[in-house]
Design a binder for this molecule. Structure first.
Ligand SMILES: Cc1cc2nc3c(=O)[nH]c(=O)nc-3n(C[C@H](O)[C@H](O)[C@H](O)COP(=O)(O)OP(=O)(O)OC[C@H]3O[C@@H](n4cnc5c(N)ncnc54)[C@H](O)[C@@H]3O)c2cc1C
Ligand code: FES
Length: 356
């Protein structure tokens, strides 16, 4: 049995817990029944991000996809990837008192479901009315808890904020939620009219965001699959009238009926300062239909659709297999620093071993 080596103290609280040799901070928190914000346990979602105030840790893997060098110098870490080298003090969003210097720090906000509106056969627009304002930047996501649900009261699900905001706080928020057969949250949401239900939003989380280097004359490739258009819409809305950027949105869907975002792109195009192209790619459109656009998988078309791929930055959101396949193509020609993505991981992607 591994012995207790070190202690974590949560800044500004009376919470402290023991950490065994080789254990991550997140696993130790769970063993000690401390509810840390978290989802994937594998360094992919960014929800366990916290900051090291005292002491030393070692990271199990490269987390530069979630935390920039500059943020790391300031002490930001991922609890699920941190092994203690000494006892430490951590500032943990939602546990430590709010950091008044950071209006975007994650917090819990009570909310009600204001509406659930179908966008296509398996994606809905979920609008929440918040009881307090949320400040976030385009591209981030929130965790949603359902207090009345036996599982979702303690095991939240992550959803990307679908509307663009740069600085202002929002008191309603929108999400695009795709139904996952057998999924706990989505079966609950799609099962009956949930208008008026109480939920708790925790957030914002995530580092998927416009890179500071994007500005006039930048060339940007967006890749979205299914409800992965939600954070892409937020990014586009946040910059629609401020920068002259040449953007291409490649959207992966199964059939023509699944392309729910064409109107949204068109509205943004009306204000977009540079060029904005929309390229749907359909993977299951019946042969012989009237579809004249691209067929197959998104990653197979990137080289043909985008001239000067190496001159682009890429922003991708959606199903993990789509992102992995696109990374295989883009990784060959675009610098890693210029590739940004959020994988929409669910319980089937998170192995029982890692969750344990
Ligand atoms: C950062 C981030 C942002 C996201 N944003 C969005 C978004 O904007 N829109 C969106 O639609 N989704 C988004 N997701 C995905 C979302 O969080 C949920 O995972 C998804 O909606 C499914 O939730 P669920 O509760 O319905 O399914 P879950 O209960 O998580 O189940 C998902 C699937 O896994 C299967 N499963 C459950 N347990 C296991 C197991 N132990 N082994 C194997 N299979 C299992 C289930 O049968 C089901 O088919 C995001 C995910 C992340 C990480
Ligand atoms: S729980 Fe640590 S990054 Fe997802």
């Amino acid at each position: 049995m591994a012995r207790v080596e070190h202690t974590v103290v949560v800044e500004g609280t009376d919470i402290s817990f023991s950490v065994k040799k080789g254990e991550t901070v997140l696993k130790a928190a769970a063993r000690n029944k401390i509810v840390f914000p978290s989802l994937c346990n594998v360094g992919e979602c960014g929800s366990c991000r916290c900051s090291l105030k005292k002491g030393q840790i070692r990271l199990k893997r490269d987390v530069s996809h979630q935390i920039s060098d500059e943020q790391m110098v300031k002490g930001d870490i991922l609890a699920c990837q941190s092994i203690l080298q000494s006892s430490v003090e951590l500032h943990v969003p939602t546990l430590s008192p709010a950091n008044s210097d950071d209006p975007e720090e994650a917090k819990k906000i009570e909310a009600r479901i204001a509406s659930v509106v179908p966008l296509n056969t398996d994606i809905v627009d979920l609008t929440l009315a918040l009881k307090g304002p949320l400040t976030y930047h385009a591209g981030q996501f929130s965790l949603l808890f359902v207090p009345s649900h036996p599982v979702l009261s303690t095991e939240p699900r992550s959803y990307s904020l679908a509307r663009g905001t740069s600085t202002e706080s929002a008191d309603t928020v929108q999400f695009h939620v795709r139904k996952v057969p057998g999924g706990v949250f989505t079966e609950w949401l799609f099962g009956e009219d949930r208008t008026g239900e109480s939920v708790i939003l925790e957030g914002p989380f995530g580092s998927f965001a416009w890179s500071e280097q994007e500005g006039k004359n930048s060339k940007v490739l967006f890749i979205a699959g299914g409800s992965g258009y939600a954070p892409v819409q937020a990014l586009l809305e946040a910059r629609r009238d401020t920068a002259s950027i040449d953007a291409t949105v490649v959207y992966g869907a199964r059939t023509q009926a699944d392309i729910y975002c064409a109107d949204s792109v068109q509205k943004i195009q009306e204000q977009w300062q540079g060029s904005l192209r929309f390229v749907p790619v359909l993977s299951q459109e019946p042969e012989g239909s009237d579809w004249t656009g691209l067929r197959g998988f998104v990653h197979d078309h990137l080289q043909d659709v985008v001239e000067d791929l190496p001159g682009h930055s890429a922003y991708m959101c959606g199903p993990p297999p789509m992102i992995d396949a696109c990374l295989g193509v883009l990784g060959e020609c675009i610098e890693t620093n210029n590739i940004h993505y959020d994988k929409f991981l669910d319980r089937s992607h998170i192995s029982a071993e890692e969750v344990g």
